[in-house]
Design a protein around this ligand. Structure first.
Ligand SMILES: N[C@@H](CCC(=O)N[C@@H](CS)C(=O)NCC(=O)O)C(=O)O
Length: 211
């Protein structure tokens, strides 16, 4: 399998962490959605990552759809997403909050990246900021220890771990550790694991500097 995308993308990273967790071998094509637009468009018309090219040559897009494929491939006993019942609802709820917070963090980062100085929309930034914080408060409230669902690592931990890694990378002031102690502990717990350390973004995996 070939995973397309850079590890500074939290959506690419959540797929990579999942692949590592399942011990599924893969290669990586670290294309940038900015510097490699032409090659990216051939893989995904939306010019978005992640994409996963699977053994039969098919290209899967969207981290949620890719993870769904990997969960099925891993089988129910190993799946990071519980098969049914309240456990599944709890994990899917947390994943929706985490991916939503990721989108809001990304919106803040790109608003600042593309609209510097006076052209930055303070109104849009504040809206995203408030939504991000409301999402983090909701996750903090339900967070267990050592994992989100206490004893069992799940896709909630993967998605929250990648979200918090991304906030620290791009908008660090949005995550004061003392405001979110349980999430802070979960982030540290995740980032010590081999699944996470093996897909930390390299120094060259970043957005190009704006001229
Ligand atoms: N819902 C998508 C979101 C993917 C996404 O937003 N990817 C970003 C990188 S982190 C991207 O490719 N952005 C480029 C763009 O949309 O122009 C998923 O879960 O895969």
């Amino acid at each position: 399998m070939i995973l397309v995308g850079q590890y500074d993308s939290p959506f690419v990273r959540r797929v990579a962490v999942t692949l590592h967790h399942y011990h599924m071998p893969f290669e990586r094509n670290a294309l940038s959605v900015f510097s490699n637009m032409k090659a990216m468009r051939e893989i995904n018309p939306l010019v978005r990552v992640p994409a996963l090219i699977i053994e039969n040559g098919e290209t899967l897009i969207d981290s949620g759809a890719i993870i769904d494929y990997l969960d099925h491939k891993a089988g129910q006993a190993r799946s990071l997403t519980p098969a049914n019942g309240p456990e599944r609802r709890k994990v899917l709820h947390a994943v929706a909050l985490a991916t939503g917070c990721t989108e809001k963090t990304m919106a803040i980062f790109f608003e600042r990246y593309f609209h510097e100085g006076k052209s930055l929309s303070k109104e849009w930034e504040k809206r995203c900021w408030d939504q991000l914080h409301a999402g983090l408060v909701a996750l903090e409230k339900d967070c267990g220890t050592p994992w989100f669902s206490d004893l069992h690592m799940s896709q909630a931990d993967v998605s929250i771990g990648c979200l918090l890694g991304y906030i620290k990378l791009r908008v660090p002031e949005a995550f004061p550790a003392d405001k979110y102690p349980k999430l802070h502990r979960l982030s540290m717990h995740c980032e010590m694991r081999e699944e996470f350390t093996s897909c930390r973004p390299a120094a060259n995996e970043t957005v190009p500097a704006r001229s």
